[in-house]
Design a protein around this ligand. Structure first.
Ligand SMILES: Cc1cc2nc3c(=O)[nH]c(=O)nc-3n(C[C@H](O)[C@H](O)[C@H](O)COP(=O)(O)O)c2cc1C
Length: 157
């Protein structure tokens, strides 16, 4: 199964986990980057209001892939505006498998994985699973097992 890992990462935490995941899967990694950086409060506000923000060109066409893993940091409990834009720009997703993971500073409730799942289930993707890496997990570097378990869902599908 060929997997596209689409990663939004501002500070590098999510990218680190995405790179670990890539070691466990046959696939490619594409980076989702906003055209413009926003101030901290505007990042949070944009996420909270489920806004969109322009992104640089990256892989959005799923034709060559069987599955997609979308990953991002949690901002104000939700997904970054640039990530929302990426979901809108995705093409040829129908019938493909989907996974999502987030990294976050805390370990509380978050809506980002739900947003990803709902937006893409509506477009015919089949959700295989999700993962949340907390600030504590990131600090201890103790997430390899979680990543392996998550990857297995795609290896077995
Ligand atoms: C604008 C902004 C809002 C954030 N909001 C939350 C939040 O609501 N809950 C949380 O646990 N962490 C929050 N964080 C922390 C990030 O989710 C966390 O540090 C994440 O691992 C960063 O990933 P990255 O390095 O890939 O950008 C926020 C960080 C930023 C910059």
């Amino acid at each position: 199964m060929k997997v596209l890992i689409a990663c939004y990462s501002y500070g590098g935490n999510t990218l680190k986990v995405a790179e670990e995941l890539k070691k466990n899967l046959d696939g490619d990694l594409t980076k989702i980057e906003p055209v413009k950086d926003r101030f901290y409060l505007l990042k949070g506000w944009g996420a909270l209001r489920e806004q969109r923000a322009a992104i640089k060109p990256c892989t959005t066409d799923m034709s060559d892939y069987d599955a997609l893993v979308v990953c991002c940091p949690v901002w104000a409990g939700k997904s970054p505006a640039g990530l929302n834009q990426y979901l809108d720009e995705l093409q040829n997703v129908e019938g493909k498998k989907l996974g999502a993971f987030v990294t976050m500073g805390g370990n509380g409730n978050q809506k980002a994985t739900i947003q990803i799942r709902e937006a893409l289930a509506e477009r015919g993707m089949e959700f295989l699973g999700q993962m949340k890496i907390s600030g504590k997990d990131l600090k201890s570097g103790n997430y390899n097992e979680m990543v392996e378990t998550f990857a297995k869902k795609f290896q077995d599908a």
